[in-house]
Design a protein around this ligand. Structure first.
Ligand SMILES: Nc1ncnc2c1ncn2[C@@H]1O[C@H](COP(=O)(O)OP(=O)(O)OP(=O)(O)O)[C@@H](O)[C@H]1O
Length: 236
């Protein structure tokens, strides 16, 4: 078993705040698919941000793909991130570029030949059911369609690791299920996948390992329909 991600007693606080993650330790093997669950504010997004080196833990050690993130030099962060597909809540799409251009961008940045870019981009668009929108501008699409453009852009480089934060948040139930099954297919093809989600029904439909957070700590208590009810009502 090759370890892809390791957290050893990791704590993190935003500037001026309190610890939002405290003494978090876990290990994820290459090829695993893992859900990160927990009530709103439990620290799910922060956990994914730490793995992507978008922020840096004050205490403990994080190793991702063999790289110890506490000693990763800022100028090396972009190269490190090239192996990660990020799907975050704000889609960060370029409003003045077509769907095709948005999805192709990571390949353009990496200097792929145009024929390769076109083939891979269309394959990613096809996988997310977006081919017919390739010439559209993102703002002419629905929220769910824009979310899928963000996912297509994250997978187009065939990353070793996909980190997805609430990737089904804006999707209708059928599309949400399709997207979750899509992640499971990438995972079957060997990609390690971590998904922060509240969608207990999808987790039950596509069951995988769960890392459950409660107030910044890993908890053995797994998410249930009852906790989902609590979340809907904002109970912490
Ligand atoms: N940029 C920030 N500055 C200060 N505090 C922050 C920042 N981002 C998040 N927090 C705080 O950190 C805690 C954890 O937030 P995080 O977004 O990781 O939780 P989450 O489990 O992903 O929540 P949600 O399910 O609502 O997305 C929360 O208390 C939040 O208010």
């Amino acid at each position: 078993m090759t370890e892809l991600i390791r957290f050893d007693q990791v704590s993190y606080r935003y500037p001026g705040g309190q610890d939002v993650l405290g003494d978090v330790s876990f290990s994820i093997a290459q090829g695993e698919m893992v859900y990160v669950t927990g009530p709103s504010g439990a620290g799910k997004s922060t956990l994914l941000r730490l793995i992507a080196a978008l922020c840096r833990a004050q205490r403990g050690q994080i190793v991702v793909m063999g790289q110890n993130l506490s000693v990763l030099k800022p100028r090396r962060v972009p190269a490190f991130r090239q192996h990660i597909g990020l799907v975050f809540q704000n889609f960060n799409l370029l409003a003045d570029r077509t769907v095709f251009d948005n999805v192709a961008l990571p390949l353009v940045v990496r200097g792929y030949a145009y024929a390769d870019i076109a083939r891979r981009t269309r394959a990613a668009l096809d996988a997310l059911g977006l081919l017919r929108y390739e010439k559209s501008l993102p703002l002419t699409l629905s929220g769910g369609e824009q979310q899928r453009v963000g996912i297509a852009r994250a997978i187009v480089t065939k990353p070793a690791l996909i980190l997805a934060d609430e990737p089904t948040g804006n999707l209708d139930p059928k599309m949400a299920m399709d997207v979750m099954r899509g992640f499971a297919r990438f995972n079957e093809a060997g990609v390690t996948v971590m998904i922060a989600t509240h969608a207990i029904d999808l987790i039950e439909a596509v069951p995988k390992r769960i890392i459950h957070l409660e107030r910044g700590h890993i908890s053995d208590r797994l998410p249930t329909a009852a906790s989902r009810l609590g979340e809907t009502h904002g109970v912490r």
